[in-house]
Design a protein around this ligand. Structure first.
Ligand SMILES: [Zn+2]
Length: 322
């Protein structure tokens, strides 16, 4: 019988592969593996094997899926035929990024050092694992990442720089791959689907991170200008090649339009008992999904004044506006 799988496999460039999990919660998390001669670097792990959209598929394990594909390309083992060491970078500890971690018990795990407290205390609720019914992974952090840290692992230069980008969550990070000019943006920047400003989010922190990311990528692009290359985005969802500078600039415009009350409301719903509003920019390329309390707080913090729509009745269906 032909094998069926919860995942798809795409080569992004000479060292990075993108995996998409077709999950039961509809998040379609993107997972990336970067191949080194002696290491395999994983960016996120998806929602885990119990959350495939089709529970009858034969391949549900992210680890065995990656290992089979790398073996087929002759890249799973070192030149000496030995196992490569797994490193896992968690862009943030939401359930759809950490659900597959337990499949890599020997991996060394890298997490943002911005708010250790957030990761170490109440991960079950912070990750939303308790809300969606995913068992909260237990793991030990090998290394807490620092701002602008250039990463070397046991003498191997990873050619990766860590960026702490709190906002969507306190532990959100981005990673810049110097070799491939790829910006792993996690859930801070992607297209079409709104960026979530939810229980774990902080609007002023996100504003600072937008500035920080934009400045960082502008600098990289100006250094790259003589080569004609530009930095591209590998996000936690949807986006795997968009021009990073353009995308973050668009998100920044939309963010301030949102706070000023100039963005278009496209959807209103009750989610986890809260009034949730989705606003998109004019082209509907970028937008934000906000819990009303977060949005109200942000509007006030930035000195604007307008009333966000009142909640729908608790049992009302979502309202879609066109
Ligand atoms: Zn997230």
């Amino acid at each position: 019988m032909a094998e069926t799988s919860c995942f798809s496999w795409t080569k992004l460039n000479s060292t990075i592969y993108r995996i998409v999990q077709e999950d039961s919660l509809g998040d379609l998390p993107f997972i990336y593996v970067k191949v080194y001669p002696t290491l395999l670097l994983l960016v996120d792990t998806g929602s885990g094997p119990n959350h495939c959209k089709d529970p009858t598929v034969s391949e549900k394990s992210i680890r065995s899926f990656i290992e089979k594909n790398l073996a087929a390309e002759g890249r799973l083992l070192t030149a000496e035929g030995e196992k490569k060491q797994w490193l896992i970078f968690i862009t943030h500890t939401h359930y759809d990024h950490i659900g597959g971690m337990f499949e890599f018990p020997e991996a060394d795990i890298f997490v943002s050092g911005y708010s250790k407290d957030y990761v170490l205390n109440d991960l079950g609720c912070n990750s939303l694992c308790c809300v969606v019914g995913i068992p909260t992974p237990k793991f030990e952090v090998y290394h807490w990442l620092e701002q602008n840290e250039k990463l070397v692992y046991k003498g191997v230069d990873l050619k990766i720089e860590a960026l702490l980008t709190p906002g969507h969550t306190p532990d959100e990070i981005a990673l810049y791959d110097e070799e491939e000019k790829v910006f792993f943006s996690g859930d801070s920047a992607y297209e079409i689907v709104p960026i979530y400003m939810i229980e774990t989010s902080d609007i002023p922190d996100f504003a600072k991170s937008l500035d920080f990311m934009l400045e960082y990528v502008q600098k990289k692009n100006s250094e790259l200008a003589p080569t004609g290359q530009r930095v591209t985005t590998a996000a936690g969802h949807v986006t795997d090649k968009a021009d990073t500078e353009k995308l973050i600039a668009e998100l920044k415009d939309c963010f301030y339009d949102l706070l000023k009350g100039k963005c278009t409301l496209t959807k209103q719903e009750i989610m986890r008992g809260k009034n949730v509003l989705t606003y998109m920019n004019a082209t509907k390329n970028v937008g934000y999904l906000c819990i009303d309390a977060k949005l109200k707080e942000g509007i006030k913090q930035f000195g604007y004044e307008w009333e966000v729509p009142l909640p729908l009745a608790a049992d009302a269906p979502a309202k879609i506006f066109d």
